[in-house]
Design a protein around this ligand. Structure first.
Ligand code: ADP
Length: 159
């Protein structure tokens, strides 16, 4: 049984993330999706609890996926959930440099390896930060996020 951990901020989860989880769920026996409070990303739009709820709803169609949250090191969570690998999505070359450094550091401090899943071109431009900005100014994000996220963003930013 191969278990993988997919960590991220997911503020909020979008279709690029969903696609990575769907691929991981096909390739591996169990996928643990974990949202983290990332101090480098500033004040989040959604609380960790809200993000976890939205991730759960967005991935409810996948029965080998579970959702959790954490505020520790990714490698400590990987050990706690007995993950064989960490999984990360890659959008473009720009993701690669920082993700490679993170993967090498995580391997050095814990021995856990990171596997990269490339996104399809139709989702490679998606980023939670852009979605938050578009939603804030009333732009249409319906085709970029799961419907539960679109609804929640509309509640947050009523026209
Ligand atoms: P974002 O950059 O959208 O705020 P996160 O920090 O939550 O995303 O990213 C969590 C993981 O999802 C990272 O591995 C990141 O590379 C990956 N990811 C983010 N956006 C996409 C996308 N559009 N396609 C594939 N993977 C993505």
């Amino acid at each position: 049984m191969t278990v993988v951990l997919y960590p991220g901020s997911f503020d909020p989860i979008h279709n690029g993330h969903v696609e990575i989880v769907e691929t991981a769920a096909r390739l591996f026996d169990r996928v643990v999706v974990a949202s983290v409070r990332n101090p480098q990303k500033g004040q989040p739009l959604f609380s960790l609890e809200d993000r976890q709820e939205l991730i759960g709803e967005a991935l409810a169609h996948l029965d080998n996926v579970e959702v959790t949250m954490f505020s520790s090191l990714v490698v400590d969570l990987a050990r706690d959930v007995e993950a064989d690998f960490i999984v990360k999505g890659l959008r473009a070359v720009s993701d690669f440099e920082s993700e490679l450094q993170m993967a090498q550091m995580n391997r050095r401090i814990s021995g856990v390896d990171t596997l990269f899943i490339p996104t399809t071109s139709s989702y490679s431009f998606l980023a939670s930060k852009l979605i938050r900005e578009i939603a804030r100014f009333g732009g249409n994000i319906d085709s970029m996020v799961p419907s539960c996220v679109a609804e929640r963003l509309k509640e947050r930013y009523p026209l």
